[in-house]
Design a protein around this ligand. Structure first.
Ligand code: TTP
Ligand code: MG
Length: 352
């Protein structure tokens, strides 16, 4: 049985801005693009959420809901720097860390010997340390697997934590609304509701074949999740299979020719993100495009060097398949499993 902690910072970008400007305390604050440029909110604080403002909401809409909303520009360099500092706190407890985004990570603390190995106390200590050092609050979920830990970190948000012990899994899962399952967005939740599926116990009445029929590849995962089962390992940098960056545009790019600038920016970001993985060998490179009708396609290739030209070519290949306005572009690489193999060999030798 593993012990997994999922940490998620509270209203991360807005939390940082509030910390750095005490005048904002108690006021509704959002971080995002301006309304007159079709901007959207990256996030907003909990005061703003009381008015219905949410991440990814057009700023103009948020301002209609909350006319006193204070909108601040995005300062990504600052958020990234703080993200790295917070990650360093995690590393004091375990090297088994899988960051999901700047403000979110899974930690596998099964083998951690701090605080008598109590995952609950480790989560408390990490949150306390984040607050002490950086004056930011985080929420945590503690559970025997990634899926439950992620659901749990949302349970007592903000500035709270929730623990699901192995014994509690069955009770917890039976009443869990399907919309709380990571990966079940608005559309899937609506589909489930139309099938009279409200909770995980409703989902449990479906066979794996039926779930696959209705929800495609996600069906297999759903079959396990609705029973509280998730066998995915926490993938630290060493075992990570891919690294990618992507951007959804506030307004769709009409044509591939409009992508040159964003490709350069994404390429730069990818190169930065790849720095900690220099010892890994790259298996292939890929470009993902999501079009304005939400169709998604990926083009990949095997090349020796990572160049911007390569990604331009992949982008063209992917674009030509549909030739529609572009909603999202992502660039990334997959790694060879070689590090994993070395570990396996070592284990093999030890076994012998
Ligand atoms: P989240 O953890 O989803 O949101 P949050 O930390 O702002 O709020 P919560 O307390 O509910 O965890 O995302 C982390 C950061 O990522 C968020 O501060 C801003 C950014 N972000 C976007 O830029 N766009 C988005 O659509 C979302 C969801 C997040
Ligand atoms: Mg967060």
């Amino acid at each position: 049985m593993r012990k997994i902690i999922h940490i998620d910072m509270d209203c991360f970008y807005a939390g940082i801005e509030m910390r750095d400007n005490p005048d904002l305390k108690g006021k509704p604050v959002a971080v995002g693009g301006p309304a007159d440029k079709r901007g959207v909110l990256c996030t907003c604080n909990y005061e703003a959420r009381k008015y219905g403002a949410r991440s990814a909401m057009p700023t103009a809409h948020a301002l209609r809901l909350c006319p006193d909303l204070i909108l601040l520009p995005v300062n990504m360099a600052k958020y990234k720097a703080i993200s790295t500092q917070i990650r360093d706190i995690f590393y004091a407890y375990t090297p088994n860390i899988e960051p999901l985004s700047l403000d979110e990570a899974y930690l596998d603390v099964t083998d951690c010997e701090h605080l008598q190995g109590s995952a609950t106390r480790i989560a408390q200590a990490i949150r306390a340390q984040i607050f002490q050092q950086y004056r930011l609050t985080a929420s945590a979920g503690v559970a025997p697997n990634k899926f439950l830990a992620k659901v749990a970190s949302d349970w007592n948000k903000p500035n709270g934590q929730y623990v699901i012990t192995p014994k509690q899994i069955n009770d917890f899962i039976l009443h869990l609304p399907v919309a709380k399952i990571p990966g079940v967005g608005k559309v899937t939740a609506q589909k489930m509701h139309s099938m009279n599926i409200q909770t995980c116990s409703d989902l449990q009445t479906y066979s794996v074949e039926q779930l696959a029929e209705h929800f495609g590849l996600f069906g297999q995962k759903l079959f396990n999740y609705c029973r509280g089962i998730d066998t995915r390992a926490v993938e630290s940098q060493r075992t990570r299979k891919s690294v990618s960056v992507e951007e959804t545009f506030p307004s769709d790019l009409p044509h591939l020719t409009n992508c040159t600038h964003i490709l350069s920016t994404l390429f730069e970001q990818l190169t930065q993100r790849l720095k900690p993985y220099q010892e890994r060998s790259i298996k292939n490179q890929f470009v993902k495009i999501k079009f304005n009708n939400f169709t998604q396609t990926t083009a990949e290739t095997i090349a020796n060097d990572l160049t911007i030209d390569l990604f331009h070519q992949l982008c063209q290949t992917a674009y030509l398949r549909y030739q529609l306005p572009i909603r999202l572009i992502g660039l990334g690489v997959h790694f060879h499993d070689n590090l994993k193999k070395q570990t396996n060999n070592k284990q093999l030798l030890l076994n012998i």
